[in-house]
Ligand binder design. Structure first.
Ligand code: FE2
Length: 360
Protein backbone atom coordinates (compact mmCIF):
# COMPACT_ATOMS: atom_id res chain seq x y z
CA UNK A 1 0.00 0.00 0.00
CA UNK A 2 1.33 3.41 -0.92
CA UNK A 3 1.86 5.97 1.83
CA UNK A 4 -1.10 8.32 2.14
CA UNK A 5 -2.10 11.15 4.46
CA UNK A 6 -5.62 12.05 5.55
CA UNK A 7 -6.84 14.75 7.95
CA UNK A 8 -7.49 13.64 11.52
CA UNK A 9 -11.26 13.84 11.57
CA UNK A 10 -11.68 15.06 15.14
CA UNK A 11 -9.82 18.29 14.35
CA UNK A 12 -9.93 18.55 10.57
CA UNK A 13 -11.42 22.07 10.67
CA UNK A 14 -8.97 23.54 13.16
CA UNK A 15 -5.63 21.72 12.91
CA UNK A 16 -3.33 20.68 10.02
CA UNK A 17 -2.55 17.30 11.64
CA UNK A 18 -2.80 14.09 9.62
CA UNK A 19 -3.07 10.36 9.89
CA UNK A 20 -0.41 8.54 7.91
CA UNK A 21 -1.49 5.28 6.26
CA UNK A 22 0.47 2.52 4.58
CA UNK A 23 3.58 2.43 6.79
CA UNK A 24 4.61 -0.45 8.99
CA UNK A 25 7.00 1.11 11.49
CA UNK A 26 8.27 -2.28 12.66
CA UNK A 27 10.07 -2.64 9.32
CA UNK A 28 13.27 -0.78 8.39
CA UNK A 29 12.39 2.58 6.83
CA UNK A 30 13.82 2.98 3.34
CA UNK A 31 14.96 6.32 1.98
CA UNK A 32 11.77 6.95 0.04
CA UNK A 33 9.58 6.26 3.08
CA UNK A 34 11.70 8.53 5.28
CA UNK A 35 11.46 11.31 2.66
CA UNK A 36 7.70 10.91 2.46
CA UNK A 37 7.25 10.98 6.25
CA UNK A 38 9.62 13.94 6.56
CA UNK A 39 7.60 16.01 4.11
CA UNK A 40 4.40 14.90 5.87
CA UNK A 41 5.80 16.08 9.21
CA UNK A 42 6.85 19.42 7.76
CA UNK A 43 3.47 19.90 6.09
CA UNK A 44 1.19 18.69 8.90
CA UNK A 45 3.27 19.17 12.07
CA UNK A 46 1.85 16.00 13.62
CA UNK A 47 1.38 12.52 12.16
CA UNK A 48 -0.64 9.71 13.67
CA UNK A 49 0.19 6.12 12.71
CA UNK A 50 -2.47 3.69 13.92
CA UNK A 51 -2.21 -0.06 14.38
CA UNK A 52 1.56 -0.31 14.95
CA UNK A 53 1.17 -3.57 16.83
CA UNK A 54 4.66 -4.96 16.21
CA UNK A 55 6.69 -1.81 16.90
CA UNK A 56 9.57 -2.26 19.38
CA UNK A 57 11.52 0.36 21.39
CA UNK A 58 14.35 -0.14 18.89
CA UNK A 59 11.95 0.82 16.09
CA UNK A 60 10.91 3.94 18.01
CA UNK A 61 14.53 5.05 18.32
CA UNK A 62 15.18 4.20 14.65
CA UNK A 63 12.24 6.39 13.64
CA UNK A 64 13.59 9.30 15.69
CA UNK A 65 17.05 8.96 14.19
CA UNK A 66 15.85 8.55 10.62
CA UNK A 67 15.45 12.25 9.89
CA UNK A 68 18.88 13.48 10.97
CA UNK A 69 17.41 16.06 13.33
CA UNK A 70 19.20 14.55 16.33
CA UNK A 71 22.60 14.94 17.93
CA UNK A 72 24.48 11.82 16.95
CA UNK A 73 26.95 12.18 19.81
CA UNK A 74 24.27 12.28 22.50
CA UNK A 75 25.09 9.68 25.15
CA UNK A 76 23.23 10.75 28.28
CA UNK A 77 19.48 11.08 28.39
CA UNK A 78 17.96 13.22 31.06
CA UNK A 79 14.21 13.50 30.74
CA UNK A 80 15.01 12.20 27.27
CA UNK A 81 17.36 15.08 26.50
CA UNK A 82 21.10 15.15 26.22
CA UNK A 83 22.31 16.99 29.27
CA UNK A 84 25.76 16.50 30.75
CA UNK A 85 24.75 14.49 33.78
CA UNK A 86 23.51 11.07 34.73
CA UNK A 87 21.32 12.39 37.52
CA UNK A 88 17.55 12.94 37.41
CA UNK A 89 16.99 10.04 35.06
CA UNK A 90 13.44 9.48 36.25
CA UNK A 91 10.65 11.99 35.72
CA UNK A 92 7.34 10.47 36.68
CA UNK A 93 8.43 7.46 34.70
CA UNK A 94 11.38 5.25 33.88
CA UNK A 95 13.88 4.78 31.11
CA UNK A 96 14.53 1.50 29.33
CA UNK A 97 18.01 0.52 30.58
CA UNK A 98 19.38 -0.63 27.23
CA UNK A 99 17.69 2.24 25.39
CA UNK A 100 17.61 5.26 27.70
CA UNK A 101 16.30 7.34 24.80
CA UNK A 102 12.95 5.69 25.51
CA UNK A 103 11.08 6.96 28.57
CA UNK A 104 8.17 4.90 29.83
CA UNK A 105 5.31 6.92 31.34
CA UNK A 106 2.01 5.98 32.91
CA UNK A 107 0.41 4.60 36.04
CA UNK A 108 1.12 0.85 35.98
CA UNK A 109 3.46 -1.42 37.91
CA UNK A 110 6.25 -2.78 35.71
CA UNK A 111 8.46 -5.75 36.35
CA UNK A 112 10.66 -7.26 33.68
CA UNK A 113 9.41 -4.75 31.11
CA UNK A 114 12.24 -4.22 28.60
CA UNK A 115 14.63 -4.53 31.54
CA UNK A 116 12.67 -2.24 33.89
CA UNK A 117 12.12 -4.04 37.20
CA UNK A 118 9.95 -3.50 40.24
CA UNK A 119 8.84 0.00 39.23
CA UNK A 120 5.52 1.64 40.00
CA UNK A 121 4.92 4.41 37.46
CA UNK A 122 3.04 7.48 38.65
CA UNK A 123 1.77 10.20 36.36
CA UNK A 124 2.74 13.61 37.64
CA UNK A 125 2.23 16.69 35.51
CA UNK A 126 -1.01 17.35 33.66
CA UNK A 127 -3.07 20.09 32.09
CA UNK A 128 -3.67 21.87 35.40
CA UNK A 129 -0.08 21.52 36.54
CA UNK A 130 2.01 22.35 33.50
CA UNK A 131 -0.23 23.35 30.61
CA UNK A 132 0.94 23.92 27.05
CA UNK A 133 4.60 23.58 26.18
CA UNK A 134 7.16 22.52 23.63
CA UNK A 135 9.62 19.89 24.85
CA UNK A 136 12.96 21.39 25.81
CA UNK A 137 11.97 24.95 25.00
CA UNK A 138 11.76 26.08 28.62
CA UNK A 139 14.55 23.79 29.93
CA UNK A 140 17.30 24.31 27.41
CA UNK A 141 19.13 27.07 25.62
CA UNK A 142 20.25 24.97 22.73
CA UNK A 143 19.68 21.53 21.31
CA UNK A 144 15.88 21.70 21.75
CA UNK A 145 14.40 18.55 20.23
CA UNK A 146 12.92 18.94 16.77
CA UNK A 147 10.78 15.84 17.14
CA UNK A 148 8.92 14.01 19.90
CA UNK A 149 7.30 10.63 19.44
CA UNK A 150 4.91 8.74 21.70
CA UNK A 151 3.73 5.17 21.38
CA UNK A 152 0.92 3.27 23.08
CA UNK A 153 2.18 -0.32 23.08
CA UNK A 154 -0.27 -3.19 22.67
CA UNK A 155 -1.57 -4.61 25.94
CA UNK A 156 -2.22 -1.28 27.65
CA UNK A 157 -5.37 0.78 27.21
CA UNK A 158 -6.88 3.47 29.42
CA UNK A 159 -10.61 3.15 30.05
CA UNK A 160 -10.95 6.94 30.03
CA UNK A 161 -8.72 9.99 30.39
CA UNK A 162 -5.02 10.10 29.67
CA UNK A 163 -5.48 12.02 26.42
CA UNK A 164 -2.72 14.23 25.07
CA UNK A 165 -3.68 17.68 23.74
CA UNK A 166 -2.05 19.28 20.69
CA UNK A 167 -2.37 22.59 18.90
CA UNK A 168 -0.53 23.95 15.88
CA UNK A 169 1.73 26.91 16.63
CA UNK A 170 1.43 27.94 12.99
CA UNK A 171 -2.36 28.13 13.14
CA UNK A 172 -2.10 29.80 16.54
CA UNK A 173 -0.41 32.76 14.89
CA UNK A 174 -3.28 33.09 12.42
CA UNK A 175 -5.84 33.06 15.25
CA UNK A 176 -3.94 35.48 17.44
CA UNK A 177 -4.93 39.10 17.90
CA UNK A 178 -2.62 40.83 15.32
CA UNK A 179 -1.58 43.40 17.90
CA UNK A 180 -0.33 40.69 20.27
CA UNK A 181 1.51 39.04 17.40
CA UNK A 182 3.22 42.32 16.47
CA UNK A 183 4.31 42.78 20.08
CA UNK A 184 5.64 39.21 20.41
CA UNK A 185 7.69 39.69 17.24
CA UNK A 186 9.79 42.15 19.26
CA UNK A 187 10.31 39.81 22.21
CA UNK A 188 12.48 37.06 23.61
CA UNK A 189 10.99 34.93 26.40
CA UNK A 190 13.17 34.46 29.49
CA UNK A 191 12.41 31.15 31.21
CA UNK A 192 12.96 30.00 34.78
CA UNK A 193 16.36 28.40 35.06
CA UNK A 194 16.26 24.68 35.35
CA UNK A 195 18.66 21.95 36.50
CA UNK A 196 18.60 20.08 33.22
CA UNK A 197 20.14 22.64 30.94
CA UNK A 198 23.78 23.63 30.62
CA UNK A 199 24.80 23.40 34.28
CA UNK A 200 22.65 20.83 36.03
CA UNK A 201 22.83 21.30 39.77
CA UNK A 202 20.37 21.69 42.61
CA UNK A 203 21.06 25.41 42.96
CA UNK A 204 19.43 25.84 39.57
CA UNK A 205 16.18 24.24 40.75
CA UNK A 206 14.51 27.51 41.67
CA UNK A 207 10.81 26.69 41.40
CA UNK A 208 9.00 24.90 44.20
CA UNK A 209 7.17 22.54 41.86
CA UNK A 210 4.69 22.34 39.02
CA UNK A 211 2.89 25.43 37.80
CA UNK A 212 -0.80 25.70 38.58
CA UNK A 213 -2.56 26.66 35.35
CA UNK A 214 -5.93 28.08 34.43
CA UNK A 215 -7.56 29.41 31.24
CA UNK A 216 -7.24 26.12 29.37
CA UNK A 217 -3.62 25.58 30.40
CA UNK A 218 -2.43 28.99 29.18
CA UNK A 219 -2.24 31.12 32.35
CA UNK A 220 -0.05 30.47 35.40
CA UNK A 221 -1.81 31.15 38.69
CA UNK A 222 1.06 30.07 40.92
CA UNK A 223 2.73 26.86 42.07
CA UNK A 224 0.85 23.76 43.16
CA UNK A 225 1.30 22.37 46.67
CA UNK A 226 0.37 18.94 45.39
CA UNK A 227 0.33 18.08 41.69
CA UNK A 228 -2.31 15.42 42.27
CA UNK A 229 -4.71 17.48 44.36
CA UNK A 230 -6.07 20.82 43.12
CA UNK A 231 -7.78 21.38 46.49
CA UNK A 232 -4.38 21.55 48.18
CA UNK A 233 -3.95 25.03 46.72
CA UNK A 234 -0.80 26.93 45.93
CA UNK A 235 2.58 27.49 47.51
CA UNK A 236 3.62 30.85 48.83
CA UNK A 237 6.45 31.47 46.40
CA UNK A 238 7.52 34.76 44.88
CA UNK A 239 8.81 34.42 41.38
CA UNK A 240 11.48 37.03 40.78
CA UNK A 241 13.23 38.27 37.63
CA UNK A 242 16.54 36.80 38.85
CA UNK A 243 15.04 33.31 38.67
CA UNK A 244 15.58 33.65 34.91
CA UNK A 245 19.33 34.24 35.30
CA UNK A 246 21.01 31.45 33.38
CA UNK A 247 17.68 30.06 32.15
CA UNK A 248 16.58 29.28 28.61
CA UNK A 249 15.74 32.12 26.21
CA UNK A 250 13.86 31.79 22.97
CA UNK A 251 11.85 33.85 20.56
CA UNK A 252 8.11 33.24 21.13
CA UNK A 253 7.53 33.37 17.39
CA UNK A 254 9.91 31.27 15.37
CA UNK A 255 10.28 30.70 11.65
CA UNK A 256 10.96 27.12 10.68
CA UNK A 257 14.15 26.94 8.61
CA UNK A 258 12.73 24.37 6.18
CA UNK A 259 9.12 25.42 5.71
CA UNK A 260 9.64 29.16 6.19
CA UNK A 261 6.45 29.19 8.26
CA UNK A 262 6.30 31.11 11.51
CA UNK A 263 4.85 29.45 14.62
CA UNK A 264 4.01 30.39 18.19
CA UNK A 265 6.67 28.70 20.30
CA UNK A 266 6.11 29.19 24.03
CA UNK A 267 5.75 27.46 27.38
CA UNK A 268 3.61 29.91 29.39
CA UNK A 269 3.99 28.03 32.70
CA UNK A 270 7.76 28.61 32.88
CA UNK A 271 8.04 32.06 31.32
CA UNK A 272 9.23 34.90 33.56
CA UNK A 273 9.66 37.97 31.40
CA UNK A 274 9.48 39.18 27.84
CA UNK A 275 12.65 41.00 26.84
CA UNK A 276 13.30 43.28 23.91
CA UNK A 277 14.92 41.20 21.21
CA UNK A 278 17.29 44.03 20.22
CA UNK A 279 18.29 45.57 23.55
CA UNK A 280 17.53 42.85 26.11
CA UNK A 281 15.57 45.38 28.18
CA UNK A 282 12.41 44.21 29.93
CA UNK A 283 9.37 44.90 27.73
CA UNK A 284 6.90 43.02 29.97
CA UNK A 285 7.24 42.17 33.65
CA UNK A 286 6.21 38.88 35.23
CA UNK A 287 2.51 39.71 35.48
CA UNK A 288 2.23 41.19 31.99
CA UNK A 289 4.09 38.22 30.54
CA UNK A 290 1.62 35.77 32.09
CA UNK A 291 -1.27 37.80 30.66
CA UNK A 292 0.15 38.36 27.19
CA UNK A 293 1.16 34.75 26.60
CA UNK A 294 -2.20 33.50 27.82
CA UNK A 295 -4.08 35.83 25.49
CA UNK A 296 -1.79 34.81 22.61
CA UNK A 297 -2.42 31.10 23.07
CA UNK A 298 -5.95 30.84 24.47
CA UNK A 299 -7.87 30.92 21.14
CA UNK A 300 -5.86 27.87 20.04
CA UNK A 301 -6.17 26.03 23.36
CA UNK A 302 -9.96 25.90 23.61
CA UNK A 303 -11.70 22.49 23.60
CA UNK A 304 -13.25 23.13 20.16
CA UNK A 305 -9.92 24.14 18.64
CA UNK A 306 -7.26 21.86 20.11
CA UNK A 307 -6.79 18.22 19.14
CA UNK A 308 -7.45 15.85 22.01
CA UNK A 309 -5.75 12.59 21.16
CA UNK A 310 -7.32 9.55 22.80
CA UNK A 311 -4.72 6.80 22.89
CA UNK A 312 -5.44 3.38 21.42
CA UNK A 313 -3.18 0.38 21.49
CA UNK A 314 -0.72 0.56 18.59
CA UNK A 315 -0.96 4.36 18.18
CA UNK A 316 2.33 6.04 17.31
CA UNK A 317 2.27 9.85 17.20
CA UNK A 318 5.17 11.99 15.95
CA UNK A 319 5.17 15.78 16.07
CA UNK A 320 7.50 18.69 15.45
CA UNK A 321 8.22 20.42 18.74
CA UNK A 322 9.06 23.61 16.93
CA UNK A 323 5.68 24.04 15.25
CA UNK A 324 3.26 22.15 17.53
CA UNK A 325 2.51 22.75 21.21
CA UNK A 326 1.18 20.00 23.47
CA UNK A 327 -0.02 19.20 26.98
CA UNK A 328 -0.69 16.14 29.06
CA UNK A 329 -4.10 15.86 30.69
CA UNK A 330 -4.61 15.60 34.42
CA UNK A 331 -3.58 12.19 35.77
CA UNK A 332 -6.48 12.23 38.23
CA UNK A 333 -8.87 11.80 35.26
CA UNK A 334 -7.28 8.59 34.03
CA UNK A 335 -9.32 5.42 34.45
CA UNK A 336 -7.52 2.10 34.12
CA UNK A 337 -4.03 1.32 32.92
CA UNK A 338 -1.95 3.85 31.06
CA UNK A 339 1.44 3.15 29.52
CA UNK A 340 3.18 5.22 26.88
CA UNK A 341 6.69 5.34 25.48
CA UNK A 342 8.23 8.69 24.66
CA UNK A 343 11.35 9.55 22.65
CA UNK A 344 12.72 13.05 22.11
CA UNK A 345 16.33 13.43 21.08
CA UNK A 346 18.27 16.68 21.34
CA UNK A 347 18.96 18.45 18.08
CA UNK A 348 22.65 19.09 17.34
CA UNK A 349 23.71 22.11 19.38
CA UNK A 350 25.60 23.34 16.34
CA UNK A 351 22.20 23.97 14.79
CA UNK A 352 21.31 26.39 17.55
CA UNK A 353 22.95 29.64 18.41
CA UNK A 354 21.67 31.89 21.18
CA UNK A 355 18.23 30.32 20.98
CA UNK A 356 17.99 30.63 17.19
CA UNK A 357 17.66 27.49 15.12
CA UNK A 358 19.94 27.73 12.11
CA UNK A 359 18.97 26.35 8.75
CA UNK A 360 20.81 23.35 7.36
FE1 FE2 B 1 5.99 17.36 26.76
Amino acid sequence: MAIAFSPIEACADTQPFAECHGVNLSQPLDEETVGCIRSGLLRHGLLLFRGQQAMTPQDEVAFNRAFGWHDDTQREFIFGFGAPTTEHTVSGGAQIPALPEVSVLGNVFLDDYHGIRNTQLASGLGFTYSGWHADGLHDMFDGCPELTTMFNPPGYQSGAGGETYFTSGTRALERMDPEIRRELEHCTVAYIRCPNDEAPDEARRVTPGPAYMTDEGTRRLGWAVNALDPAAGMLDFDLLPEHADGGGRHRPIRTHPQTGEAALYVTPSRAIQLLDVETGAVRHDIEETVDLLSRALLPSALPDTRYEHTWRQGDFVAWLNTTVLHSATDPTDTVGDRLLHRVRLSAPKTRWKDGVYLSE
